[in-house]
Design a protein around this ligand. Structure first.
Ligand code: ZN
Length: 384
């Protein structure tokens, strides 16, 4: 979900996380069960596929032997332990990468299309991470360790190793006067990152239509809007012309408009429903499956043929604890299989990337559904 300033998780609404949500019974939700992508199943020696870890294990053994043979290291248990820990981390990384690739290879896909990944100016991203760091047991909230905290190039490299063919740079302002600056950064990021779908953003402010028009001329292929962090009404008339431009251009807008992880003043199906009533062809992609108002947003998708939903964080063990997806809605999920898109929230996720994929797999909606969601729907939408 990620945030800026107050955090995507709820500017102005506190941490927004339910207190003491450790109960994982999931009351009617999709029952969490162990998946190959679960952190718990990941340590060295527990990797899912032995063939993939042979090489990794070999490298690790060499590293461990090197550390052991080093007289200094032997004399300094802390150094030796550090080397061993590094080797363990390397093995876990390789196992995690292997798990992701095995997922799409077994489906016969050429890779993944992920419509919800966060890249933004370093300074902004650091604020987002600081926000998540502040969550956790000390604040009575939910611990949210960022799994992929690394330099930008390393994060891009991770997605490429996973086999993500196309991804986005979800950036968003939390106040006026910020969107244009973010959009300028995004133009540059897209230029130096050809596998990133050029992303732009907007905010209800004078001039929004003008800079959205420019973004489209610059080649923007997707926009991000954040109703919760921005704390604005998406039906604000200052956005009306911009929505019209986007609807005409057929350029999708990934929009966080559900009330998860905490409600905002303008979140939920009603405000965005007013936008859709005026712009029924607008290609909105409702982030997080509209969590926790899953069924309301499925209803909007059933009503508006251009509405899509992204899977970001939905169905994972993490989200099922406080916003379980209702099992009775699974048939509707199956029926909308051509308008559900893989999204992950990489890098700001508190579990390995593969867990999102395994969480989709365990819905048991079949391989055709998985192929559509994890690749084909996105490839079609973006003309890949
Ligand atoms: Zn997000």
């Amino acid at each position: 979900m990620s945030g800026t300033g107050g955090g995507e998780a709820g500017a102005g609404t506190g941490t927004g996380f339910p207190r003491g949500v450790a109960d994982s019974s999931g009351g009617g939700g999709v029952a969490p069960r162990a998946a190959a992508g679960d952190p718990a199943s990941r340590g060295p020696g527990s990797a899912a596929d032995p063939s993939g870890t042979d090489a990794a294990a070999g490298v690790d053994a060499t590293a461990a032997a090197d550390a052991g043979a080093d007289a200094d290291a032997a004399a300094d248990p802390a150094t030796a332990a550090h080397a061993a820990a590094d080797a363990d981390a390397g093995a876990a990384d390789r196992a995690a990468t292997h798990d992701v690739r095995r997922f799409w290879e077994e489906l016969g896909l050429p890779g993944l299309v992920d419509v919800h990944t966060h890249f933004m100016p370093e300074r902004v991203l650091e604020k987002v991470w600081a926000y998540f760091d502040a969550l956790g047991p000390l604040t009575g909230g939910l611990a949210w360790p960022i799994t992929y905290r690394a330099e930008e190039l390393e994060r891009i490299g991770t997605l490429r190793r996973f086999g993500v063919r196309a991804f986005t740079a979800m950036l968003y302002p939390h106040k006026p006067g910020m969107a244009e600056w973010l959009n300028e950064w995004a133009v540059d990021f897209a230029r130096r990152t050809p596998d990133c779908l050029h992303t732009s953003t907007l905010f209800p402010e004078p001039g929004a239509a003008a800079y959205v028009g420019r973004a489209l001329e610059d080649g923007a292929r997707v926009l991000k809007a954040h109703v919760q962090v921005g704390a604005y009404d998406p039906a604000d008339e200052l956005l009306d012309e911009a929505w019209g431009l986007l609807a005409d251009a057929g350029v999708p807008v990934v929009i966080h408009c559900g009330s998860g992880p905490s409600p905002g003043k303008h979140t939920g199906p009603e405000p965005i429903g007013r936008v859709l009533a005026r712009h029924p062809r607008l290609r909105l992609v409702v982030a997080h499956m509209g969590m926790p108002e899953y069924e309301d947003f499925l209803g909007l998708a059933e009503r508006y043929g251009e509405l899509r939903l992204d899977t970001t964080m939905a169905f994972t063990d993490f989200s099922e604890r406080f916003a379980p997806f209702p099992r009775r809605a699974l048939p509707r999920l199956a029926d909308l299989g051509d308008r559900i898109l893989l999204g992950t929230d990489f890098p700001n996720i508190p579990y390995p990337y593969g867990h999102q994929l395994r969480a989709l797999e365990r819905l048991d909606l079949g391989d055709d559904w998985l192929r559509a969601v994890c690749h084909d729907n996105g490839a079609r939408l973006f003309g890949l």
